[in-house]
Design a protein around this ligand. Structure first.
Ligand code: URA
Length: 195
């Protein structure tokens, strides 16, 4: 990784996203010429979309889900009548793993306190976990995405919908349909929330 300096132990003193973003800029070091990708969206969004780690387009722009996966995600959000700008979009890992490799378990463990605080600050009602890294970070270290997807999990009062990562569905029509279904379930649950 990725972690330049150790994650500060007094993270709990951080009370807003700007301050948390500043911590990330100190502790997570992107590859030369790349940018850190912090979450983006409304500070108290009711829906949080959680991905794995930035890809090349994200590391270039400093924004989550702006490449091919992001376009596919946007398409399904639109079909489900969810405005992306109303959702908070972030990743477990905030800098692109070299060569787009899968994040290591130790990297996920290191990044988790920051992610948990980010979630606490947003305080969403619903989280959609996109892919196994997000599901394993938040729900269950041993979860298998093929078994758990589509099933609501409740944690600390937040409803979590595990589903496939958009990059996993490009060449798989069946998975694409399931990702769509799960995003529709999240949209239904969002509609049922108190105004
Ligand atoms: N894949 C992710 O998991 N996150 C992004 O931001 C882009 C692609």
């Amino acid at each position: 990784m990725i972690a330049g300096t150790a994650i500060p132990e007094d993270l709990h003193t951080i009370g807003n996203l700007d301050a948390l973003h500043a911590v990330c800029e100190r502790v997570f070091v992107p590859e030369p010429g790349e940018r850190l990708v912090f979450g983006e969206g409304p500070e108290h969004a009711r829906l949080l979309l959680l991905g794995e780690a930035p890809g090349a387009n994200e590391a270039e722009t400093g924004r989550p889900f702006v490449g091919n996966s992001g376009r596919l995600l946007n398409k399904y959000l639109q079909k489900a009548d969810i405005l992306r700008e109303n959702a908070y979009v972030t990743n477990v890992i905030k800098v692109r793993p070299p060569g787009n490799r899968k994040p290591k378990t130790s990297e996920v463990t290191d990044a988790l306190p920051i992610l948990l605080l980010e979630i606490e600050l947003i305080d969403p009602a619903i989280i959609v976990c996109l892919g196994s890294i997000a599901v394993q970070a938040l729900v269950d270290r041993k979860a298998k995405i093929t078994e758990i997807r589509g099933t609501w999990v409740e944690k600390d009062g937040i409803r979590i919908m595990p589903t496939y990562h958009p990059s996993a569905v490009f060449r798989d029509e069946q998975k694409r349909e399931l990702l769509k279904q799960d995003i529709f379930s999240a949209a239904e649950a969002l509609k049922k929330l108190e105004p």
